[in-house]
Design a protein around this ligand. Structure first.
Ligand code: TZP
Ligand code: MG
Length: 226
């Protein structure tokens, strides 16, 4: 899957711990894909390596079926074992330059950024996309107050991306998507935001297909109108 083919409109980050009681992870994932998820990232924080690899491998079987690119969060070893489209790293993970040496030029690397300096470094280092956040408070990750960008702060970060694709992340749910999409827009970055990334808005839903479809429709109509 070539780099140019990626549509970042609706980026699902997995969070098995947030599934509703009795909901199967793979079933939820497949429903979300049917609802219009365009990118998936497997994010596992306290999972044994062998199990992480197995989950990533099975997840890839499903995302492949929908022709959706898969990223692995943090773990280069899991990436190398499964070889999906890409690796996603944060500011305290493997440095971007080392990650690039290890994954090669054909793989995609996404980088989480929370401010303009991190965004500039990610762009200079050749990140294929950036995740900008946390936009709002989230129960899905420990984020300190200074990392909370709110839509206006996201716009400042988007201004320095120089065409590198971006997704916003953190506390994004259907009611605040309009505020995000319009609040993060300035004349410079009008086209900079390529999509939204969510965990709980889809994973916690009893109907992930409908949850994904609802957010996807909002992003699609924003992108059509700009
Ligand atoms: N990075 C910044 S915020 C966040 C991550 C992984 C969690 C997003 O989860 P949610 O449930 O969509 O707020
Ligand atoms: Mg990380």
């Amino acid at each position: 899957m070539g780099k140019a083919a990626i549509d970042y409109s609706l980026y699902l980050v997995t969070g098995r711990e947030l599934l509703p009681e009795g909901k199967d992870y793979y079933e939820s994932l497949e429903e979300a894909l049917q609802g219009g998820v365009t990118v998936v990232q497997v994010r596992e924080k306290d999972t044994d390596t062998g199990e992480f690899v197995e989950i990533a491998r099975k997840t890839k079987e499903i995302t492949d079926k929908y022709n959706v690119p898969l990223f692995i969060n943090d773990r280069i070893d899991v990436f190398l074992a499964v070889r999906p489209a890409g690796l996603h790293i944060g500011q305290s993970d493997l440095p971007l330059a080392r990650a690039r040496e290890l994954v090669g030029d054909d793989a995609l690397i996404g980088v989480s950024v929370s401010n303009v300096d991190e965004a500039r470094a990610a762009v200079a280092g050749g990140a294929d996309y950036v995740g900008v956040g946390a936009i709002w408070d989230t129960g899905s990750k420990d984020v300190t107050a200074k990392l909370k960008l709110a839509p206006e702060g996201a716009g400042v970060v988007l201004d320095v991306l120089e065409g590198v694709p971006s997704v916003a992340i953190g506390g994004i749910h259907p009611p605040n998507v309009p505020q995000l999409l319009h609040g993060s827009v300035s004349p410079v970055n009008r086209t900079a935001l390529d999509g939204v990334a969510v965990i709980s808005a889809i994973v916690s839903s009893a109907d992930p297909r409908a949850a994904a479809a609802g957010i996807r429709a909002q992003v699609d109509s924003f992108k059509r109108a700009r």
